[in-house]
Ligand binder design. Structure first.
Ligand SMILES: Cc1cc2nc3c(=O)[nH]c(=O)nc-3n(C[C@H](O)[C@H](O)[C@H](O)COP(=O)(O)OP(=O)(O)OC[C@H]3O[C@@H](n4cnc5c(N)ncnc54)[C@H](O)[C@@H]3O)c2cc1C
Length: 404
């Protein structure tokens, strides 16, 4: 059965992540929000530390690359229950995003492409791409939510796949060492023919065309990348090249990455709640857990409702990660967690600005920034509407053709 306390073996690790967030991410938060596209050099040391923790085994799952579903990822099974690297990843990401979401997304070697590699690579590929910082490129000018509509092609030519197409909004696409690119082997075969390919940054035919200017997560670079006659060794196709094994393979990545994005939302919302509580307390608003809400001030009642919303998002996120660690299919729960946490973080961060008025809106505090940063968490890795659609399909037993 699931136990909702932080497992004892992760407590030191979670505390460490919190300390890093408090001492390294928070103090640099505003600076890199204002200096969009400037590389946060402080992260190099931090990433080396995360690598060290991973290598020593003490911090297995310290970041996005820790989401592999293997027995090793779920070591320490007690009473038939595993608390593995999916759970430790979401717990550490919550802490880091309490510090800063944009900086977490800029962390070397912890890109969403690393999660894709961890999720579907063979053992040989996992070894070969160890230490590579990988971004994830699915979205195209003509395809966002409907990832089955991918137009980028991969044509087998001798020992290489030749990639042609354009990818947009690639997080860490400018800074990464490699990009995991979703491309189709045959457009006429629809989603079954979509595969993912690791393309190293110096590969001829791959060009980073531009970086976006954004509302939030401005510390994170977001790139447009063009592929023209870009040759990739055939062994860089992740997972199986078999078309029959199709779309399910690449979609498996989302079961692992959606709980990570949910964790980002949970961390960012908690930061807003904590600061808002301090500011409300300074203004003389007391929040009393022992008195009915209707006997308290409107501000206190709003705050208590937000906390309840946050708790639901937090628990759904733990559940989705825990199921992954325990080998249980979690597509439904991953989408539920992403939908709930994304929306809760949007609502909470904006309502915190509202509750704190001009203090929340000004740059004196980070509340206004968190309300901007949180918006993306309800968009990428599948929008709110898409997650709800997936949940509905799963609950009603409908296919994507039956419920669009
Ligand atoms: C800052 C940032 C970083 C990003 N990072 C990455 C990344 O690293 N890699 C990557 O591949 N992509 C990335 N993306 C892209 C992101 O995943 C897409 O923006 C997202 O999937 C939505 O696609 P779209 O923008 O094309 O919107 P659309 O799919 O065109 O959707 C527009 C609106 O319509 C709604 N909608 C669409 N279909 C339905 C439906 N069937 N039912 C109801 N409503 C629907 C959507 O919810 C949305 O509100 C990033 C985007 C941003 C802004």
């Amino acid at each position: 059965m699931i136990n909702l306390e932080t497992p004892r073996k992760f407590r030191a690790f979670v505390n460490q992540a919190h300390q890093v967030a408090a001492e390294m991410l928070r103090p640099n938060s505003r600076r890199y929000d204002l200096a969009e596209h400037e590389y946060p050099v402080e992260l190099d040391m931090l990433a080396a530390m995360v690598d060290g923790l991973g290598a020593s085994g003490t911090g297995s799952g310290a970041g996005a690359s820790g989401v592999r579903r293997t027995a090793a990822a779920s070591d320490g099974i007690v009473d038939g229950v595993a608390n593995g690297s999916n759970l430790s990843s979401v717990l550490s990401i919550m802490e880091m995003c309490w510090g800063d979401v944009g900086l977490l997304l800029s962390m070397p070697r912890q890109g969403l492409g690393n999660s894709a590699i961890a999720s579907v690579a063979s053992d040989e590929q996992l070894r070969r791409f160890d230490g590579v910082w990988a971004a994830m490129a699915i979205t195209e000018p003509g395809c966002g939510s409907d990832s089955a509509g991918i137009r980028t092609t991969a044509r087998l030519d001798g020992d290489d796949y030749v990639l042609d197409g354009e990818k947009i909004f690639v997080t860490a696409g400018g800074r990464c060492d490699a990009v995991v690119v979703w491309a189709t082997l045959d457009k006429s075969l629809g989603r079954a023919a979509i595969k993912s390919f690791v393309v190293m940054k110096d590969t001829p035919g791959m060009t980073v065309e531009r970086l976006e200017h954004k509302l939030g997560i401005r510390a994170s670079d977001t790139a447009t990348i063009r592929f023209e006659n870009c040759r990739v060794p055939r062994e860089n196709l992740l997972g199986s090249a078999d078309i029959d094994k199709g779309f399910a393979g690449v979609m498996q990545t989302f079961d692992n990455t959606r709980p990570l994005v949910a964790a980002m939302a949970v961390g960012c919302a908690r930061a807003s709640l904590e600061l808002t509580r301090e500011l409300l307390s300074d203004a003389g608003v007391q929040i009393d857990y022992d008195r009915p809400v209707h006997l308290q001030s409107a501000a206190a009642a709003t705050y208590l409702a937000m906390e309840a919303d946050w708790e639901a998002a937090y628990l759904l996120t733990l559940q989705a990660a825990w199921m992954a660690d325990n080998g249980q299919p979690n597509s439904l729960q991953a989408s539920m967690a992403k939908a709930k946490a994304g929306r809760a973080a949007n609502d909470i961060t904006l309502r915190c600005v509202e509750l704190t008025g001009s203090l929340g809106y000004s740059e004196h505090h980070l509340l206004e920034k968190w309300s901007r940063d949180s918006k993306i968490l309800d968009i990428f890795e599948g929008t709110q509407q898409l997650q709800q659609l997936i949940v509905a399909r799963r609950l009603l037993g409908k296919t994507s053709a039956e419920l669009k």
